[in-house]
Design a protein around this ligand. Sequence first.
Ligand SMILES: Nc1ncnc2c1ncn2[C@@H]1O[C@H](COP(=O)(O)OP(=O)(O)O)[C@@H](O)[C@H]1O
Ligand SMILES: O=P(O)(O)OC[C@H](O)CO
Length: 503
Amino acid sequence: MLILALDQGTTSSRAILFDEAGAVRGVAQREFRQIYPKPGWVEHDPSEIWSSQIGVAAEVLGRCEVGPRDVAAIGITNQRETTIVWDRASGHPIHNAIVWQDRRTAPLMDRMKADGSEALLRERTGLVADPYFSASKVRWILDAVPGARQRAERGELAFGTVDSWLVSRLTGGKLHATDATNASRTLLFNIHTRQWDDELLGLFGVPRAMLPEVRDSSHVYGEVTADLAPGNVPIAGIAGDQHAALFGQQCRRGGMLKNTYGTGCFMLMNTEGDAIASSRGLITTPAWSLGGKLTYALEGSVFVAGAAVQWLRDGLGLIESASDIEPLADSVEDAGGVYLVPAFTGLGAPYWDPHARGVLVGLSRGASRAHLARAVLESIAHQSADLAEAMEADAGLGPRTLRVDGGASCNNLLMQIQADLLQAPVERPVVTETTALGAAFLAGLAVGFWKDDDELAGSWTLDRRFEPRMSPGHAAEQRRQWRRAVERAKGWAEADSAGTVPA
Ligand SMILES: Nc1ncnc2c1ncn2[C@@H]1O[C@H](COP(=O)(O)OP(=O)(O)O)[C@@H](O)[C@H]1O
Ligand SMILES: O=P(O)(O)OC[C@H](O)CO
């Protein structure tokens, strides 16, 4: 028997089969369309999300010659915050999905900040008042589509994040459900009472009748409708992708943390039963809910990480492929005093400065493309170190071992720089498909495919451990210089007379 994980990401849908040892038995992946109707707007077509996801599920099963009877359960993990509203009767979306990156609701969130609602939002949801999260996107759809608000009030419309949308499609419209991790990304869910919050619903004008039921992350939600591949299989796990990665990395005890190096970086630290309110610009979020118990985490995100490598490749043409950065950066001892702050779209946690823009400082006549390549890798590691240090300070802990995954974690030099700057070990597992693995674990636990945590513990295997090699004094000096560079990036973009900051 196998577990099928559906990993619905921002740019592609993936389906991965895992066996009892947690080993990957098959992968299928399909990209889908990114829709940019206006600057700062990002949409997906929900029917393309669905068709690509069901398509890769069928593909991996076919390729591995696995029938539905060989699949013990399905686990779903997904891009978070992305917002879909659909008609309950027909199953048709009433608007394209508004993607987490979309900034169209910035004016609404600015107004909420100005009228003092931010403290309430932070206290109840653990989040910051930002268009990143779902609530303002739901409101935008209800305002933009004629008659939508009245229909939502009558219970004719459903709102869901991508997991809910997939569950609804997989069950032929029978189920409208989500898990606590996805619910917690909406700005509508109280992470302490674990309920939708009437006051927040009122604040955003979102009718309660359109919300999904919130269940455990590891829970038998229902069965896939028979006429779909793979029919009659239980959907038994749901978690947002970064939460699933924390679970897949087996960060099950307080103080354990992981960082995913993709386009951006997402770092989460398990804080067990404590919903720690950050005083350093981090988010408080449920890690997962298991057996009716919520585990919490601190989270920070870096907007530009691997994307800076893409900039070096596509924007500057200094390398041909992303993997070329490693030998190039390794051809010099250090970055020769060059610092890049890749604040191309502002700075995320812990700075939250939408006005920051990229800077390159410390250039001298000797600066070469190799120094710049090294500065790009260092910028990824410095931004991640900013998050780790904020987390450790918020949680009252010293430096921790960092578990890593994501596309750029294969870069050994980057991982060594990370260990050096953190002055802490970095551990990369053999299976870096940790997001899908986490969803598979959650689903497998719910149906008894894995009996308990002990069985899962053995499935995390170390590929390589990077120990700090740099002296503490040298690392501290580099961190100090980095902070000076960040100061130069902050507040660069000036708002126009309408208060709009250019992207
Ligand atoms: N060897 C490498 N060194 C540094 N960065 C890399 C390397 N290989 C890929 N990347 C970067 O990793 C990112 C892709 O990782 P992935 O986990 O697939 O991202 P996402 O899930 O955000 O699409 C790209 O931004 C790419 O530039
Ligand atoms: O799809 P990813 O991997 O870019 O992840 C998106 C995050 O969940 C957004 O919060």
